[in-house]
Write a protein that binds this ligand. Structure first.
Ligand code: HEC
Length: 149
């Protein structure tokens, strides 16, 4: 069982790496895809929290790992020249205050790294982690994303 889990995690890390590696040719599409994946990952954990899906420690851990990967990679997908186009919702503030933006990503990285190091063993643990994680999404979107729809 433990072996199976580590194989699954390895495959996921690899998949995340591929997303990051394909970044440079279209940073806007890549960061949107990364954020969509992040939304899907938190969505799975949200379903567990709402009782729409049974608590599954492995799935929760995989979701945290995917988001951690995004937190590390995503800040590199906002190069100069990608401020507009591709239906981006990125706010100009990202380029005016890159240090602040990086800090917001670091918050998401730290919360997920904690959740990976101390995996949720129960639904209550997961709910606590999700509360912290959700705060980091909001913390960045509030200032650095202009939602169009
Ligand atoms: C460091 C800042 C930052 C953090 C942290 C962050 N986001 Fe985002 N997010 C953005 C930005 C900027 C965009 C807009 C990107 C664009 O359109 O170019 C975005 C867009 C999105 C989108 C829309 C993607 C699309 O289809 O265009 C989703 C979904 C999303 N984020 C989910 C999340 C979730 C869930 C979290 C927390 C687990 C999170 N984000 C954390 C900055 C952040």
């Amino acid at each position: 069982m433990i072996r199976k889990v580590s194989i699954a995690l390895g495959a996921l890390a690899l998949a995340g790496g591929i997303v990051a590696a394909s970044a440079s040719d279209d940073p806007i599409a890549s960061r949107k895809a990364m954020m969509k994946n992040t939304g899907a990952s938190i969505g799975v954990m949200g379903k567990m929290a709402k009782g729409e899906m049974p608590f599954d420690a492995v799935q929760a851990n995989l979701a945290m790992r995917a988001i951690n990967n995004a937190a590390i990679g995503v800040v590199h997908l906002f190069p100069a020249g990608s401020e507009t186009g591709g239906d981006t919702e990125a706010a100009p503030k990202i380029w005016e205050d890159m240090a602040g933006f990086v800090e917001k990503a670091k918050a998401m990285e730290d919360v997920t790294a904690d959740a990976i190091a101390f995996p949720a063993a129960s639904l209550d643990d997961l709910k606590e982690q999700l509360g912290k994680l959700g705060g980091t999404c909001k913390g960045c979107h509030e200032g650095y994303r202009i939602k169009k729809s």
